[in-house]
Design a protein around this ligand. Structure first.
Ligand code: FEO
Ligand code: CA
Ligand code: CA
Ligand code: CA
Length: 677
């Protein structure tokens, strides 16, 4: 393939230093305000958040752990969609998880059975929120009484759509015919569709379920194997919600977290809870403009620890494509290619979920194999093809529904490449190249003997902070260009765009991208190309990188950087020497991208204990929304005397008694310009 040179443009800000301040820091010339915090009321009658553990009714409040997020424009004069409006819109965002201690007066009440009200509060803090935001004379505010405001929680009814709808493995107490799921959980990153839908992605759902190993005797062996493959192995379940003794006997909201079989029950899952976990692990489509609509789980996109679903190839007459990471160590990178060619007239349809049915319910799911020579292949996960038959020993597949429900097992069978935790993907709007963050991994999952060209590093990071110091603790970003620049191609070329590293580490074998004090980072996670307007007049759109770091927080709080991407193949193959704990060495060749001059600069540093995740702008690129997730997350079971963070109260001054809250911030440039330029 010919490499097309995309010349460097210029970033319009000065990099900020690493820091450990309990505020959000941005470059000179920019302003940060706090927009939308955990607990803020979403109806006119919901009380102001007291933030002392006494608050209730999170089904009408902002959830916790803000994560992936998209802005959808609303008309300035009517309650209708207007993709071009940069002063009024809907922010749709994920609430991935909780910092449970701060939700209660003095932490969780101990005991063998969780207190019902505490469990309900924790459950309702998960999910998704839709909120109207408005730019007025005093800047941006959310609209507390907007009729668009909505919470979708682990208790919200959701339809199951696509090839696995009605499958025997989806039959539950809640839906004996396997056509509905109750709720969505651990919504991590996101995606959107050009017809105005939001896509929320279910990531670490497996841990919420209680399933003792004794349960296996009451299951078919392949079901037990699949549950183990997905990590549904906890003997308590996260937060022990299944232990609640509800006021209303048989309250399904709590019992469903008990994913166990019962001896003597029929094996179809309709009389017990053995299939509950199969309701989760999907991409869920939400119509944010219709608060009464029932979201749909799009099973054709597979079931995994979905990080996000990033759209590409909305070209008339070609099939839309969505790229998807499965975020666990040694999991895979996927794409879904729709069976239906794109019709641009569908972008403005008003029955958005029906358009979703058209493009998202039929197609081919592929998983990536990265080869050592810099090429790669997309391997189809289609029942009856290759090893995906009843003859497969690890999991005998009997239908496409089983391939989709056990996507990881199918990907194992076809020989995909195990990656260093695939998080967000992003598609360069100029040339269609696809970037994927590989956040980090540890020595146990990437031993010296298992390094490969795409996951090339195994080293020791000498800092003492964190737990994953050996392996690839700082992560990297890989990227690919599809053959013929067609997102529906089945082959590609790839390189490694940038490697995370402390700038002081070994430049020959660890700091392979030559990072310096202005841009060193660890554990890339969020990844986003600026909206097309950001690219106006540029040949090189801005790439934003957000970190979720387990090993650099002794040096700096988590951060966001802006980058000029360049193109696949603009670097060179390097040969590095990896060293393991025994002193054994192994050389590994790997393509390292980023030509000289491709700028990368630190734009934002967050408050103490937070992750930076979730970003969008208004269509004009002049207002940026960023999520600050779990400030002050390092807290024990009870409320401490001093907090790791008091953010967001601390953004404007000392606030030592204020409990930390996840929140959305607004960033504007003081001269009204496009963010980053
Ligand atoms: Fe929820 Fe993969 O980060
Ligand atoms: Ca993430
Ligand atoms: Ca992460
Ligand atoms: Ca997090």
């Amino acid at each position: 393939e010919t490499v097309v040179t995309v010349g460097p443009a210029v970033l319009g800000f000065t990099a900020i230093p690493k820091n450990q301040l309990d505020v959000v820091t941005v470059p000179t010339g920019y302003t940060v305000t706090v927009l939308y915090r955990l607990g803020d009321p979403l109806t006119a009658t919901t009380p102001v958040y007291a933030n002392n553990g006494t608050d209730t009714n999170f089904a009408n409040r902002v959830g916790d752990h803000h994560d992936g997020m998209s802005y959808f424009g609303l008309s300035a004069t009517a309650n209708t969609r207007d993709d071009s409006n940069s002063t009024r819109g809907l922010l749709v965002m994920n609430h991935e998880n909780i910092t449970e201690t701060y939700l209660h007066v003095n932490g969780q009440t101990p005991g063998a059975n969780r207190v019902e009200g505490e469990a309900l509060k924790e459950i309702e803090c998960h999910g998704v929120s839709v909120v109207e935001v408005l730019r007025g004379t005093n800047g941006w505010n959310y609209v507390q009484n907007s009729t668009f405001n909505r919470r979708i929680t682990p208790n919200t009814p959701i339809d199951i759509s696509g090839p696995a709808r009605g499958a025997p493995l989806l039959r539950t107490v809640y839906s004996p015919t396997g056509v509905a799921a109750r709720g969505t959980i651990n919504n991590c990153a996101n995606g959107y569709a050009p017809w105005g839908s939001y896509l929320t992605c279910e990531e670490n759902w497996a841990g919420y379920f209680r399933r003792p190993t004794s349960d296996n005797v009451n299951r078919p062996a392949k079901e037990a194997a699949a549950l183990a493959r997905y990590g549904v192995t906890s003997t308590t379940g996260a937060y022990s919600w299944s232990s609640v003794i509800p006021t209303t006997p048989g309250d399904f909201r709590f019992a469903k977290w008990n994913a166990t079989a019962v001896a003597g029950q029929p094996a179809d899952g309709t009389g017990d809870y053995r299939h509950e976990a199969n309701q989760y692990g999907w991409v869920v489509e939400i119509d944010p403009f219709n608060p009464a609509s029932t979201p749909r789980k799009r099973t054709a996109l597979g079931r995994m620890g979905h990080e996000g679903a990033w759209p590409s190839n909305f070209v008339a007459g070609q099939p839309p494509v969505f790229y998807m990471g499965d975020d666990s160590r040694n999991e895979y990178f996927y794409k879904f290619v729709s069976a239906t060619a794109w019709n641009p007239a569908d972008a403005q349809a008003t029955d958005r979920l029906a358009i979703g049915d058209k493009y998202l319910d039929n197609g081919t799911l592929y998983v990536a194999r990265f080869d050592a020579n810099g090429t790669g292949a997309w391997l189809p996960l289609v029942f009856g093809q290759g090893p995906l038959t009843a003859a497969n020993v690890a999991y005998p597949f009997t239908s496409q529904a089983e391939v989709l429900i056990n996507t990881r097992g199918a990907a194992d069978a076809v020989g995909a490449t195990r990656m260093d935790r695939p998080e967000w993907a992003a598609v360069n709007p100029v040339n269609g190249e696809v970037y994927l963050t590989l956040t980090n991994t540890a020595a146990a999952q990437r031993p010296l003997s298992a390094t490969d060209a795409a996951n090339p590093r195994h080293y020791n990071d000498p800092r003492t902070n964190g737990t994953a110091q050996r392996g690839n603790p700082n992560g990297h970003i890989i990227r690919l260009r599809e053959t013929g620049n067609r997102a529906d191609a089945t082959t590609f070329v790839w390189d490694n765009y940038v490697f995370g590293s402390d700038s002081t580490l070994d430049a020959t074998n660890i700091n392979l991208s030559g990072l310096d004090a202005s841009n060193d980072f660890s554990s890339p996670d969020g990844l986003w190309f600026g909206r097309a307007s950001n690219a106006t007049g540029l040949v090189n759109p801005l790439l934003w990188i957000q970190t979720d770091d387990g090993s650099f927080t002794d040096v700096t709080n988590n951060q966001m950087l802006a980058a000029m991407p360049g193109v696949v193949g603009d670097g060179a193959v390097k040969t590095i020497t990896n060293t393991d704990a025994t002193g054994a060495t192994r050389t590994q060749a790997t393509p390292v991208g980023r030509a000289p001059g491709m700028q990368l600069r630190r734009f934002l540093v967050g408050p103490n204990g937070c992750e930076i995740t979730g970003v969008d702008t208004t269509p004009d690129g002049r207002t940026m929304f960023v999520n600050i997730q779990h400030p002050g997350e390092n807290v024990g079971a009870t409320i401490p005397a001093t907090f790791q963070s008091n953010w967001p109260a601390s953004q404007t001054g000392p606030a030592p008694t204020s409990r930390p809250r996840s929140a959305t911030i607004v960033i504007t440039k003081n001269d009204g310009g496009v963010i980053g330029l």
